[in-house]
Design a protein around this ligand. Structure first.
Ligand SMILES: Nc1ncnc2c1ncn2[C@@H]1O[C@H](COP(=O)(O)OP(=O)(O)O)[C@@H](O)[C@H]1O
Ligand SMILES: Cc1ncc(COP(=O)(O)O)c(C=O)c1O
Length: 187
């Protein structure tokens, strides 16, 4: 829907997403801006993030992952996740090392990887979020390295240079190298 304070889709679609699309979702992976737009609440701290994730559960989503928030630090984005599946509730957070460029298509890639891992792990939220973030890191680092090589030292990186290196990352999609650990939030 949007990012960095700007919507990609026409603004008059917001109520359609909120009222008609969100209630259809089993799993939803908004970034901070999208979560704030849909829920109508600002996320300024972890308590706000937990309330916003509860709002999505109240709309019917069993699994909510805030793919990134600015609640981390200069060097880290913070992801948060919550699932209520078969009466079992799990909430966790994960630090995501921040790379110094804006990529395009990361939200779509994140959603695809998470869906695959939730399917393969019988809805194990912790393992799915960790594998997803680990694979994202590997793909984005490869994308940035190859973009810098291709552009050379004097050319600014463009969207074309930063096209996600998915095909080159097939092995990392299948078998992520375990690095980022999620911590479970108690109550
Ligand atoms: N600059 C970045 N540094 C590190 N990881 C990033 C960066 N941008 C995106 N990602 C990865 O992509 C995922 C989705 O990005 P996010 O910005 O939350 O969604 P969207 O692309 O929809 O705005 C994040 O969880 C993170 O793993
Ligand atoms: C119109 C438009 N712009 C940009 C994007 C890229 O979004 P992101 O980088 O958040 O995945 C999308 C993703 O679906 C989109 O539909």
């Amino acid at each position: 829907m949007g990012d960095h304070g700007k919507m990609y889709v026409p603004e008059d679609l917001l109520p359609v997403y909120r009222e008609h699309i969100v209630p259809l979702a089993d799993i939803i992976t908004p970034n901070q801006y999208e979560a704030e737009l849909l829920s109508g609440r600002k996320i300024k701290n972890e308590g706000d993030a937990l309330e916003v994730m509860k709002w999505f559960h109240d709309q019917g989503a069993k699994t909510v992952v805030l793919s990134s928030t600015e609640l981390g630090s200069e060097n880290e984005l913070l992801g948060l996740a919550s699932s209520v599946i078969n009466g079992t509730s799990t909430r966790l957070q994960i630090g995501i090392p921040r790379l110094p460029v804006n990529f395009t298509g990361t939200g779509d890639l994140f959603a695809s990887l998470l869906l695959g891992w939730m399917h393969h792990t019988d809805s194990n939220l912790k393992k799915s979020v960790e594998n997803t973030v680990d694979t994202m890191q590997t793909i984005l680092r490869r994308t940035l390295d190859m973009a810098r090589q291709e552009a050379g030292p004097d050319t600014p990186l463009t969207v074309r240079h930063l096209e996600l290196k998915l095909v080159q990352s097939l092995d990392d999609i299948r078998s992520p190298v375990s690095k980022c650990k999620a911590s479970v939030l108690e109550n």
